[in-house]
Ligand binder design. Structure first.
Ligand code: PLP
Length: 375
């Protein structure tokens, strides 16, 4: 997830320019003092890039998930089905709405197992929340079918696969609403930040008001006398984040191309016998991680040791499993849900994630494959 690796003069200039344009760091108002509205421009640029009607910039990916759940009217006692290979933020957002997280296992794609998801649906289920983990799209066809048959909404957590596609559609725009994260570890970054994307005007309207204390930003009134019909919270993005976000978004095409070159250099050079993560047909990953499975703990540790000594690291598998596998989350989930996740834990314990870094070259990845598999 390399956006931070190519931060350069462009981001520096973008931040500095704000101070020549009036120095307004806030997204709204101060019209006479400012020359630019960076958050608005970032939203417009995002809607154009991802070919959607609405893009709303917010303070983080976690905030984006919570706002999207609120916009889908998730309430106290509702159930939201998400998945066992994930990041804790998704569960936190569900809990913060007073709802109950239900966790489906993942299959060999390391994304939501549609069959397990279907078996967990109850009368209380309101939303299915698939997560496109580590760059690879979830099997959306099946998830859409299940959602339709059961009259459920879909919120796509696309924090980890911004720019990926499933059958020609950008991830995040296949379900009812999608969210991105721009935290410092993600494929593009503004330090902290998030985006809510959709083609649904009602969802966008609610989200826009909720993330800004209920402000309707009614053009007929100054902000101090603005109209409102709901209360909300403060999950706004700042102008500094948006100025950096615009530059990073302009680099996304390049990042995706460069990722794929390195990914291909690695994958071309691994032996056929190595079992790799399934990638759904018709999907376009962002190629920022290559995941393969090992046969034993000993074998896995050998690979991890090489990845560390060669300066690649292993990202969240197995590096940060405890933050990414729900089998470890007894501080937030019921014992029943935690024990259902043990199946995923067993699968992930055999998996090794190779991060694709932009600062490493294609030949570094060719060489890495040789070192790893010809020992
Ligand atoms: C990063 C991430 C989030 C949270 O995003 P933040 O911007 O860090 O709040 C949520 N879900 C997944 C899958 C993530 O990887």
């Amino acid at each position: 997830m390399p956006g931070f690796e190519i931060i350069n003069e462009e981001e520096r200039v973008a931040i500095n320019n704000i101070f020549d344009e009036g120095g307004i760091l806030f997204a709204h108002g101060f019209d006479s003092m400012r020359k630019k509205f960076h958050v608005r421009e970032f939203e417009k640029m995002s809607a154009d890039y991802f070919k959607c009607k609405h893009a709303l910039a917010v303070s983080s990916g976690t905030a984006a998930i919570k706002i999207a759940l609120k916009a889908l009217n998730v309430q106290q006692g509702d159930e939201v089905i998400t998945q066992s290979f994930n990041f804790i933020a998704t569960i936190e957002a569900i809990l913060d709405c007073g709802a109950v997280p239900i966790i489906a296992n993942v299959d060999n794609s390391l994304n939501m197992d549609p069959n397990d998801c279907e078996s967990l649906i109850s009368k209380k289920t309101k939303v299915i929340l698939p997560v496109h983990m580590l760059g690879v799209p979830a099997e959306m066809n099946s998830i859409i079918r299940i959602a339709k048959e059961n009259k459920l909404n879909i919120l796509e957590d696309n924090c980890e696969a911004v720019g990926g596609k499933y059958k020609n559609d950008y991830l995040g725009l296949i379900g009812d609403v999608g969210v991105f994260s721009y935290d410092f570890g993600k494929v593009i970054t503004c330090g902290e930040g998030g985006m809510i994307v959709s083609n649904n005007t009602e969802i966008d309207k609610y989200a826009r008001e909720y993330h800004d204390h209920g402000h309707e930003n009614n053009p007929q009134f100054p902000r101090g006398r603005d109209t409102r019909s709901i209360y909300g919270f403060n999950y706004r993005m700042t102008e500094m984040q948006a100025a950096v976000g615009k530059v990073q978004l302009s680099k996304l095409d390049l990042i995706l191309i460069e990722n794929k070159k390195r990914y291909d250099a690695f994958s071309k050079n691994i032996p056929d016998k190595i079992k790799i993560r399934n990638i759904p047909t018709g999907s376009q990953p962002i190629y920022d991680t290559f995941i393969f499975f090992t046969d034993s703990e000993i074998e896995k540790n050998k690979y991890v040791q090489i990845l560390n000594s060669e300066g690649f690291g292993t990202k969240n598998l197995p590096d940060a499993m405890e933050w990414h596998c729900s089998a470890f989350w007894d501080h937030a989930l019921s014992p029943q849900v935690v024990s259902h996740s043990q199946k995923t834990r067993k699968l992930l314990e055999k998996a090794v994630a190779v991060p694709i870094w932009l600062r490493k070259s294609e030949s570094d990845y060719t060489r890495l494959a040789e070192i790893l598999f010809n020992q």
